[in-house]
Design a protein around this ligand. Sequence first.
Ligand code: R5P
Length: 288
Amino acid sequence: MIVPGSRSQALAAALATTLDDTLAVPEFDRFPDGETFAAVPAAGADTPERAVVVAATPSNDAYVELLQLQDALREAGVESLVTVIPYMGYARQDKVFEPGQPISARAMARAVSTSTDRVVLVTPHEPAVREFFDVPVDIVDAADRLAVPLAGLDTPLDDPLFLSPDDGAIDLARAVRDAHGAGGTDYFEKTRHSGTEVSIEPSDAPVEGRDVVITDDIIATGSTMAESVAVLRERGADRIFTACVHPLLARAARTKLEAAGVERVYGTDTLERDVSVVSAAPVVADVL
Ligand code: R5P
């Protein structure tokens, strides 16, 4: 049985189809005091031996909902429980940056571990986050799925450059280039000044008149991508696409990208947004 969290309904449905498994329809509600409620009536009626919860956790409520779904399934008697976290919230607070801070990723991972036998993470910001869980963790990478929409463009990419905004994401750029089958790769140098301010130092790669695909694991506030798009515009790039695994698109991210002159924004369904044009289901299904 595949059990979706409320933020992962499309991915859960795609997984159920790919695995030819049952798709449960949970009940989601909220009490007058603001507390969330999530139940799985189908598991109560006919307990499956194995259940796979698929729940992105981009908010506090999403985390609570995931814990409730896990608990409901255990309470119903599910013996084997796998938890797929397509996008793991708090994963970027994975260390103490200043004395007195929590390791939020570890706190969340410990809570999630209490009611599951296994966890699957999709393209976490730092793979080392797996160490925070108390159960086995499989990590899958959905980066190469981003080549799918690029292959469907009406005007195909012409000698594209796959660029990452910093050296940390260059493997992701290479993965998308390899899946696309042609093009160069390069990376910019990024300096983050605050949560929303970044500056980008361009590389020497020739971009004038060229199609560029900027790839990253996540677009959060959009500052990184918008700054990269602006730099490429200044340097005379032709079409500039942005592609990320996790299209969080917080605050005015989408507007920043449009204002900077992006051609199209692509993401996967690890987070359900209007730009989530490709599913991570095939890579997740491979480990289920
Ligand atoms: C950072 O290293 C990540 O790979 C992303 O570049 C970053 O999280 C994007 O954040 P924002 O969209 O807020 O610039």
